[in-house]
Design a binder for this molecule. Structure first.
Ligand code: SF4
Ligand code: MG
Length: 321
């Protein structure tokens, strides 16, 4: 399949300042050398505990943050250092859907304003001109026509997320980065929103990077899944392969934590000892070694690289070298 987006050796560090002179004393290595690609029309789930760098990865791809090193190639164009009008132009092709739609919607704007705003910003068309288009978008995301004249606070959480989705679709983007789009919603509403996203994906020819903190939400949505730990990508594979045969000890623990609805199918839960270490001072060697029950002496010394061990299945772990 065609590649839409390539992320190459991406690093995004946040400087930390301290002491009397507020000098730079270190870096938060939020994203520390990750590489992956997104194929046209697929959904890649990006999973990991909070603080693992998945949101920072999404924001860096959209150029809401500047990368420290590495490259982002979109549709064959290196967009890593774009600025000004050229950045604005490629931005039309990307949109983000946020975890908390309410926080990302302006409470003083009517839904008609909210949804048409991205188009107005890019084309200079008026709200009035865009009304038929916005009405159509509202229908597509399952909102009633009178939603146009209402304000975000008049809607439920799930409906607000639909408003956010309509807004994200307004410019007909190619890539949508959805950052935990359903984790703030009631479980009963979650699957409705996920189903809507899947429908819209086909209709609008969208490619998704779908960020989530656990493997149960992405299981439904994703074609492939990447697992992040402490700023790095530790495993990436087709969904089937990842669930059937997780290779990285961290992925194995995440999968064992998914609740099994069928009580007859007993599975052993792998409990991880200790906390996620700080991304300011990550462990030497394999960043997972202090918590890994399979750690070998070399694990604390040599950082494992992401390597393909089966077709389409890559893992960063010394057990497979
Ligand atoms: Fe565990 Fe070593 Fe593999 Fe890291 S490289 S996950 S410490 S076995
Ligand atoms: Mg986050």
């Amino acid at each position: 399949k065609d590649i839409l987006l390539e992320v190459k050796n991406l690093k995004t560090y946040y400087p930390i300042h301290g002491g009397f002179f507020r000098r730079k004393i270190g870096d938060v290595k939020a994203v520390d050398d990750i590489s992956f690609e997104l194929r046209k029309g697929e959904t890649l789930g990006l999973v990991g505990e909070s603080g693992c760098g998945k949101s920072t990865t999404g924001r860096t791809i959209l150029r809401l943050l500047d990368p420290t090193e590495g490259k982002v190639v979109f549709n064959g164009q290196d967009i890593t250092r774009l600025r000004g009008t050229s950045l604005r132009k490629v931005r039309q092709d990307f949109q983000m859907i946020f975890q908390d739609p309410y926080a990302s919607l302006n409470p003083t704007q009517m839904v008609g304003d909210v949804v048409s705003e991205p188009i107005r910003n890019f084309t200079g068309k008026s709200i009035k001109q865009l009304k038929p288009e916005v009405m159509e978008l509202l229908t597509k995301v399952g909102l009633p026509q009178d939603a146009y004249y209402k304000y975000p606070h008049e809607f439920s959480g799930g409906q607000r997320q639909r408003i956010g989705i309509a807004r994200a679709l307004a410019l007909r983007p190619k890539l949508i980065i959805a950052d935990e789009p359903v984790s703030a919603l009631d479980v009963s509403v979650q699957s409705q929103v996920l189903n809507l996203l899947k429908e819209l994906q086909d209709e609008f020819d969208l490619t998704f990077l779908f960020i989530a903190h656990d493997l149960s939400v992405v299981k439904h949505m994703s074609d492939r899944i990447g697992v992040m730990y402490l700023g790095g990508l530790v495993e990436i594979a087709e969904k089937k392969s990842l669930y059937a045969e997780p290779l990285h000890p961290y992925t194995q623990a995440l999968i064992s934590a998914i609740p099994e609805p069928d009580p007859r199918k007993k599975k052993k839960r792998i409990i991880l000892e200790g906390d996620v270490p700080s991304p300011v001072d990550p462990p030497s060697g394999c960043p997972f070694h202090p918590r890994c029950m399979h750690a070998k002496p070399e694990c604390s010394q040599i950082k494992p690289q992401l390597k393909e061990v089966k077709p389409g299945h890559r893992v960063a772990c010394h057990l497979y070298s």
